[in-house]
Design a protein around this ligand. Sequence first.
Ligand SMILES: O=C(O)COP(=O)(O)O
Ligand SMILES: [Mg+2]
Length: 226
Amino acid sequence: MTPPPFSLSRARFDAVLVDLDGTMVDTLGDFDAVLNAMLAEMALPAVPRAFIEHTVGKGSEHLIRSTLAQVGALAERFDEAWERYQRIYLAINGEHARVYDGVVEALTLWQQAGFQLACLTNKPGAFATGLLERKGLSAFFTLTVGGDAHPRKKPDPMPLLKTCEALGVTPARTLMVGDSSNDLQAARAAGCAVVLVPYGYNHGRSVDDLGADGVCARLDQLVPLA
Ligand SMILES: O=C(O)COP(=O)(O)O
Ligand SMILES: [Mg+2]
């Protein structure tokens, strides 16, 4: 069942934590370019885009381990793969990525309405910061929290709880906006409300049945109310 429309009220919320990959920026082209360049350097076969789309979301280590397993490579090659992945990612970060429609409009509205905004992603912090800068989104965020900022990543609530603490807000007055079950589970466990977008990477499944507080087709449909 499709969740009802969600109202982003200033009376109810102080902060919005926004996921990056699949929510603000379509980075599938970057992941595709980097992973397949990494595999080519390692003399391993390429992976299809659909595999990448279904696997992204649990951080880079998970993506690389899953990719090595997918092409039948030894798990011991992880360190070599990780080194190559980082080098190639930093060199092309954002080149094959696009900001989704409605994102700049939404962030502008939310900032004007006085919400504290943090980018909360499982992407490594250095990649996230570089991507936000390249796409002109950095200035909206007080904080950018990468997947390597804390010992545990989404779907664990730890990064959300730590980010709320750093912003000086309570989880109960914080909204998580994301594209996947990782965002949903992390938000639920932290005690944050959660709205999902249907256009990102949710491991090949619809976001409609996850039990989010809302689903919105574009972020600028989340219009702030007094
Ligand atoms: O790097 C990933 O696995 C996905 O990152 P995200 O948390 O911004 O969706
Ligand atoms: Mg995401």
